[in-house]
Design a binder for this molecule. Structure first.
Ligand code: ZN
Length: 284
């Protein structure tokens, strides 16, 4: 037997609930449309904001660059033959010359990079050929004293100046150049007293510290390379006005990884210069 379903006319209750449903649906659709419109406006505003804030950032960084080059001017642009920018790096090698100097010089030569060497009197006597070579190849010569012993070098008010005078005489006898450029052992802080500074100045010596310590003396491995790159980044961020003077040492591990360091610095757009007596020295 077939079951016949008889269509019942919709009740009022059903019609009412359908109408309410339709109204709710319309409201929801309207709400969604309205929301999407607001979101689009917000997105537009956000784009505008980011564009203008980008402009702000650029102007800020340009301003920082301007300030930075002003300070660099004060430090370095006395000598107009030199092209010093905030991308200029000063490589400095202490404690040489040594049996490693030639290897260092080969790497520098391959890259056509010049550096500054703060050398010790007794080492100059031991490796005069290396000193002659670096001088001939256009690197800057500087003094680092005789004893490299904190107790002896900083012992008296005139001990630093006396060591530097002897150092200057030894270097001059090899190169013919009597340089006033000095780096005191372990840097000027905390050992160099005001009186010692005055005495050095009276004799015309100009002492230089550094802004980046490669820590190559501690690592004696490839580790000093990322150390320099990290410190350089910190310097760029925190102290963009400071010159980029890197402390390195005339020692085997430093020479081995110097190619890697210079290659990476060049890839980042840095150029290289030597320190000289016309510049205002960086002192801690
Ligand atoms: Zn030293």
């Amino acid at each position: 037997m077939q079951r016949v379903t008889k269509k019942q006319p919709p009740s009022n209750k059903m019609l009412l609930s359908k109408a309410i449903g339709l109204v709710i649906l319309t409201l929801i659709l309207f709400f969604i449309w309205d929301m999407s419109k607001t979101n689009m406006q917000a997105a537009d505003q956000k784009t505008e904001m980011s564009v203008s804030s980008e402009f702000r950032d650029t102007s800020k960084s340009l301003k920082a660059k301007d300030d930075s080059s002003k300070t660099l001017d004060a430090h370095f642009k006395v000598n107009h033959n030199k092209k010093i920018t905030d991308q200029t790096i000063f490589l400095t090698f202490d404690d040489g010359p040594s049996a490693t100097s030639n290897q260092l010089l080969d790497v520098l030569k391959a890259h056509q990079v010049k550096a500054t060497f703060f050398m010790l009197g007794p080492q100059i006597k031991e490796y005069p050929a290396a000193v002659k070579r670096l001088h001939k190849e256009g690197h800057q010569v500087g003094l680092h004293g005789i004893t490299h012993d904190v107790k002896r070098f900083y012992q008296k008010s005139d001990s630093p100046v006396n060591e530097m005078k002897e150092n200057q005489r030894i270097l001059g006898s090899v190169t013919g150049e009597y340089t006033p450029l000095v780096r005191t052992p372990y840097g000027s802080v905390p050992h160099l007293t005001n009186e010692q500074k005055t005495r050095l100045k009276q004799k015309g010596f100009i002492y230089w510290d550094w802004t980046i310590d490669s820590l190559d003396w501690k690592y004696k491995s490839s580790k000093y390379v990322p150390e320099v790159l990290n410190q350089l980044q910190v310097l760029e961020t925190k102290y963009p006005k400071e010159p980029k003077i890197i402390l390195l040492h005339d020692q085997p591990a430093t020479a081995t990884y110097l190619n890697s360091l210079i290659t990476q610095l060049k890839a980042k757009g840095y150029t290289f210069e030597v320190l000289d007596k016309t510049m205002k020295p960086f002192q801690q």
